[in-house]
Design a protein around this ligand. Structure first.
Ligand code: NAD
Length: 281
């Protein structure tokens, strides 16, 4: 349903737009009449989402963009500018975790040092740590530097970063991801202040736990039942379920529609079924 007429005709860039959560955000913006540049590391994934938007009657292009490579972001910017003069909305959605930046156990025990099967804090490599940190933090900052230049002439531009429940309180095992997402919350506040005089708003959405292709094997066993980790998550989520990608779209529309959130900047909005509010007792 198109009920945010203020968004009609605006232009959005969505990094990680070929993925599950930001693909859904891109499709929703398309439904609201926003022209969407869907960016993904692999062009086929970006094109698939752009095709969905066009099939639904919207306007969209798919563009390859690796947020870890400044030249690739600049190339994507040049490509999009062939179609659109500038941008009103930037969603920094590219991100994710990798086993190379995570321990295999929640708690360290000295006996783990004798067990080759256990990946301890001491086994984490600089390369693995940097990769995940750079993807989630540096990739967001670089993409913002490049695409924000295209926002400076627009009337009420907005940046939406994608945070995580791992930002306010780190999830066990996933070290770099948690540090980087905490950095995203901090960057969101920093940028909101830095850009306030130019009327550029900057906010973040912190999804709770959503079932996606990346985490499905961690959260569901081969029969589709909950794993030990997902039982813990659901036990800590007062609404007792995982999120669906369309749970994020209402918050997205509120934050992107200047007529509804024009005085909101520098916040991270949790969309988490109460996970963050619950002390566990
Ligand atoms: P996803 O894997 O479906 O989407 C991530 C996207 O980022 C993919 O399209 C991937 O190709 C892209 N990407 C990876 N490396 C890239 C690179 N170097 N350059 C450009 N793009 C790159 O996962 P998702 O769950 O939809 O995640 C979307 C965002 O939401 C991520 O930032 C993730 O950290 C965050 N998030 C997800 C959850 C969840 O429960 N799924 C929870 C909190 C936050």
């Amino acid at each position: 349903m198109n009920n945010h007429t203020n968004l009609q005709g605006k232009v959005a860039v969505v990094t990680g737009g070929g993925g599950v959560l930001c693909g859904e955000m891109a499709r929703e913006l398309g439904r609201q009449g926003v022209k969407v540049a869907v960016l993904s590391r692999k062009k086929e994934k970006a094109d698939a989402v752009a095709d969905d938007i066009v099939r639904d009657g919207g306007e969209s292009i798919g563009v390859a963009c690796d947020v870890l490579q400044l030249e690739s972001i600049e190339e994507a910017d040049r490509e999009i500018r062939k179609y659109y003069e500038g941008y009103d909305i930037l969603i920094n959605g590219a991100g994710g975790n990798h086993p190379d930046a995570a321990t295999s156990e929640e708690y360290f025990k000295k006996e783990h040092l004798q067990n080759d099967q256990v990946k301890t804090f001491f086994d984490l490599t600089e390369e693995g740590l940097k990769h995940v940190f750079d993807l989630n933090y540096i990739g967001t900052v670089l993409a913002t530097q490049v695409f924000m230049k295209g926002m400076l002439k627009r009337e009420s531009p907005v940046v939406i970063n994608i945070s995580s429940m791992s930002a306010p309180s780190p999830m066990t095992k996933v070290l770099s991801y948690s540090s980087a997402k905490a950095g995203i919350d901090n960057f969101t506040q920093w940028l909101a202040v830095h850009m306030a005089k130019e009327n550029i708003r900057c906010n973040a959405i912190a999804p709770g736990f959503f079932l996606t292709s990346q985490n499905r094997s961690l959260l569901l066993d081969e029969n589709g039942g909950y794993t030990e980790r997902s039982r813990k998550i659901i036990g800590q989520t007062p609404m007792e379920r995982f999120g669906n990608p369309d749970d994020l779209t209402g918050t997205l529309l509120w934050l992107t529609d200047h007529s509804m959130s024009g005085f909101v900047t520098g916040v991270t909005v949790p969309v988490d079924g109460g996970f963050m509010a619950y002390s566990g007792v």
